[in-house]
Design a protein around this ligand. Structure first.
Ligand code: 2YJ
Length: 285
């Protein structure tokens, strides 16, 4: 995933309610329902999960390229909006970990330049942002489409988020076409899923992104490419889930699909991380 920059996050705190209304309008489900759907779809048991009972510590991390202005704040706003008790630790790094333990946090959330994780301090469960983001966007797209069962979805990008999205979309019954600039990556992803999945799945690799886009009506863009999807490649019915930053749609394409576009810097991923981290311990994860 591309490293977020402060500009990606600056409007998130004040805009969270409007963001959620927009999500509900587009998909028929709000952030909480999407995160619950994503966690349930991944096999987690979420009955009796009451966010207000849990303390979430967000720990700033200075290693590597350092803290991103607004990152810890944005994560804490999403958690708070969902009803969790949340605080940003006063200290960063190891001091922040100690503080989270001492204040009896149930979950800590922290990111360096490679990994963004939610760690349940009581159960030991670790949830990775890429996995949660993939599951969350797949659930959101499923809500927006009514159902993805038997529908063809073009998945662009076979990286961290894309490969996990392929699994989540397959579980939802989508017929997947996978494109990656690195064809070997797309091929090995498709082969791995076919090998792992007991029931027959419809899954194939696309050779050319322009061809694949021409006939796609549902797009999951998990690539880091900017603006490579043009206005001509989408229409007034195209559905797009785009966790990738920056956005793969050019401005013309974005205008055309704006009412059917799911794209945010953090919200769906963070919400899903929290529900997956706190789901019932008897369930897999
Ligand atoms: O604490 C901070 O403010 C920073 N250390 C946050 C760094 C956030 N990290 C990223 O944006 C990286 N691209 C890693 C995200 C991995 C998501 N799969």
């Amino acid at each position: 995933m591309t490293r977020l920059v402060p500009d990606d996050l600056i409007t998130l705190p004040a805009g969270i309610e409007a963001y959620d209304r927009d999500l509900l309008e587009k998909t028929g489900a709000n952030l909480e329902q999407i995160a619950l759907g994503a966690a349930a779809g991944a096999g987690f048991n979420l009955t009796n999960l009451h966010p207000g009972k849990y303390k979430v510590a967000v720990i700033p991390v200075t290693s590597g390229l350092g803290t991103i202005d607004g990152f810890a704040k944005a994560v804490s706003v999403v958690a708070g909006y969902l009803g969790f008790q949340v605080y940003i630790t006063g200290a960063a790094d190891v001091g922040g970990l100690i503080e989270a333990y001492k204040r009896d946090a149930d979950v800590m959330m922290l990111a360096d330049d490679q990994v963004f994780a939610a760690i349940n301090l009581k159960s030991g469960r670790v949830v990775d942002n890429a996995t949660a983001t993939a599951a969350g966007y797949a659930a959101a797209l499923n809500f927006m489409a009514g159902s993805l069962k038997g529908r063809e979805v073009l998945l662009i990008g076979a990286g961290q988020v894309g490969s996990r999205a392929a699994e989540a979309l397959t579980v939802l019954g989508a017929n997947l076409i996978v494109f990656d600039q690195n064809k070997a990556a797309a091929t090995s992803l498709v082969e791995a899923i076919i090998t792992r999945t007991p029931s027959p799945v419809s899954l194939r690799v696309a050779d050319d992104s322009a061809d694949a886009l021409q006939s796609a009506s549902i797009i999951f863009d998990a690539s880091p490419g900017r603006g490579f999807i043009s206005g001509k490649q989408v229409n007034e019915k195209t559905l797009v889930a785009a966790p990738g930053i920056p956005l793969g749609l050019n401005s013309d394409a974005e205008k055309k699909v704006s009412a059917r576009l799911i794209h945010d810097p953090l919200q769906i991923g963070v919400a899903t991380m929290l529900y997956q981290a706190l789901a019932d311990l008897r369930s897999p994860g």
